[in-house]
Design a protein around this ligand. Structure first.
Ligand SMILES: NC(=O)c1ccc[n+]([C@@H]2O[C@H](COP(=O)([O-])OP(=O)(O)OC[C@H]3O[C@@H](n4cnc5c(N)ncnc54)[C@H](OP(=O)(O)O)[C@@H]3O)[C@@H](O)[C@H]2O)c1
Length: 196
């Protein structure tokens, strides 16, 4: 591994651990919020405790890391914060995971304005299925992780505010402008496998 790379243990649901990582990694100018969970059996009508666990990682954890590292990015010239989100933020996927990513998308947009004055580029990365352990239980087409990573870094260097890493995500983005009465029947058909 490159000698400049220092791996730190980090549980983003633990405020002390996040503060500790920020106290150590004071030289960073790029923060990528990649951590996320998508437990099997997750349902938007599932138990409260599971919903809180998912939000604790995907929403509060992401926001906690952004908040802890914002002053470090400022001190290092502004830098970049990239939050790994999901196209499920823009679709009627019946999971708490999707709701947590919608909340994280909103927070990403809010952070972009909040950190604008300090010169931080805040990027939302949205993508459908990526071929990782998280999506192993779904037998659907998936994007290669390397492609997502390449698009993310290209987006950062191009000054992008959003990186949409597959065709499905780009289509969902365009549907945001359509009335729900028009888009819902189409999306319900596309996403029927979630409730089958
Ligand atoms: N796979 C997909 O289809 C897909 C699609 C859209 C978006 N995404 C998003 O892409 C990101 C990466 O997911 P993935 O596909 O690589 O899933 P994954 O294979 O399940 O990996 C999840 C990663 O998040 C880390 N993590 C989970 N909870 C954490 C915590 N509390 N603190 C620190 N790290 C934690 C895990 O670390 P450990 O291994 O140490 O537990 C692991 O490195 C997530 O934000 C996910 O929502 C994935």
């Amino acid at each position: 591994m490159d000698a400049r790379v220092v791996a730190l243990p980090l549980d983003i649901t633990n405020p002390n651990a996040v503060a500790g990582a920020a106290a150590t990694a004071t030289d960073v100018d790029l923060v990528i919020n990649n951590a996320g969970i998508a437990p099997a059996g997750d349902s938007i009508t599932g138990p409260d405790e599971e919903a809180r666990l998912i939000f604790e990682t995907n929403f509060f954890g992401t926001l906690r890391v952004a908040t802890a590292f914002a002053p470090i990015l400022a001190a290092n010239g502004g830098g970049t914060l990239l939050n790994v989100l999901s196209s499920s933020a823009w679709a009627p996927v019946p999971t708490v995971y999707a709701a947590s990513k919608a909340a994280a998308w909103s927070a990403t947009n809010a952070l972009r304005l909040q950190l604008h004055g300090q010169g931080t580029q805040v990027v939302g990365l949205l993508v459908g299925m990526i071929d990782t352990p998280m999506s192993a239980r779904w037998d659907v087409p998936k994007t290669a992780p390397a492609s997502v990573v390449t698009q993310a870094y290209d987006g950062i260097s191009d000054g992008a505010l959003e990186v949409l890493a597959d065709d499905e995500t780009r289509q969902l983005r365009s549907l945001l402008g359509s009335p729900a009465e028009k888009s819902f029947p189409y999306l319900a058909e596309q996403l029927a496998f979630f409730t089958a």
